[in-house]
Write a protein that binds this ligand. Sequence first.
Ligand code: GGG
Length: 349
Amino acid sequence: MTMIALLAGDGIGPEVVAAARRVLDVVAPDLTYEEGLVGGAAYRAQGHPLPPETLDLAHRADAILFGAVGDPAFDALERAMRPEQAILGLRKSLKLFANLRPARLFQGLEDASALKPEIARRIDLVIVRELVGDVYFGDKGRGFTSTGLREGHDLMRYDEVEVARIARVGFETARTRQRRLLSVDKANVLETSQLWRDVVNEVARDYPDVALSHMYVDNAAMQLVRDPGQFDTIVTGNLFGDILSDQASMCAGSIGMLPSAALNHESKGLYEPIHGSAPDIAGQGKANPCATILSAAMMLRHSLDRPDAADRIEAAVAATIAGGARTADLGGNLSTDAMTQGVLATLET
Ligand code: GGG
């Protein structure tokens, strides 16, 4: 029996996870599910954003389908208790060091992209984001300078093993695509980036069939808007990957369209839309469920070895979008339910 942990979380998380579950029920009806509390919802009920029961469920499950965390009601809480700590804790505990974030323009979404249609049409890339290092996990603190000014710090740190293992995922991913890998860093300024570049170059010796290039992150951000068609596979650190993938999402139409897979060395993975909890539209039935539905497809492909079911979902989303279905983020007025119904109807034809 294959068991999926459903961690819906906060804001629009429960709405989009429920939509993905409906789609999974059609393409993989044998899957079983256990639900767990996470984020602000868990803090409200149990006083912690990642309770031990939820962590245990995540470790027992064959894969995790995650919604979103974040709740402005908890903005004033100390950092360790904030909803966002739940997703960071899950990534760390499950050693989910590799985050795949594909961004492509679905046919028909040219009008929703922030780019001119002829440029937008060329976007089809994967960002391989390192997920358990960088400033997210380095030493952090608040204090006072010697003159009494308030100060804060977050240490940016990587070691060579951490860089080498994500570089390998980058090269392996590039091998499944156009064999072009771009490593993004800030090696003209940052020591961590100089190490990153050295190690990526060393790992490249094992992948002579992949064309490796390097780019500074500021240039990569600019090039992503100027000509996203030049990118195939991008490997980068945690912070740069987070920022560049949000930027890529608007090039591809909406952050509501981008799925992600967080993977470790085993087949266990956590799958989530790249968007957050969107508290401004939570509970209104307006959220675009496509990113979570596409995350469920990634789960079927990467953790459950069901590529045919994954293909079916991706084709159904593509056909639904090509048929003109649009939620508010895409410039339309379909509800979450109507968009999901559209995908389900396409699956059944
Ligand atoms: N579904 C994505 C989500 O919940 N994002 C909230 C968040 O704080 N994510 C941190 C990160 O992706 O680094």
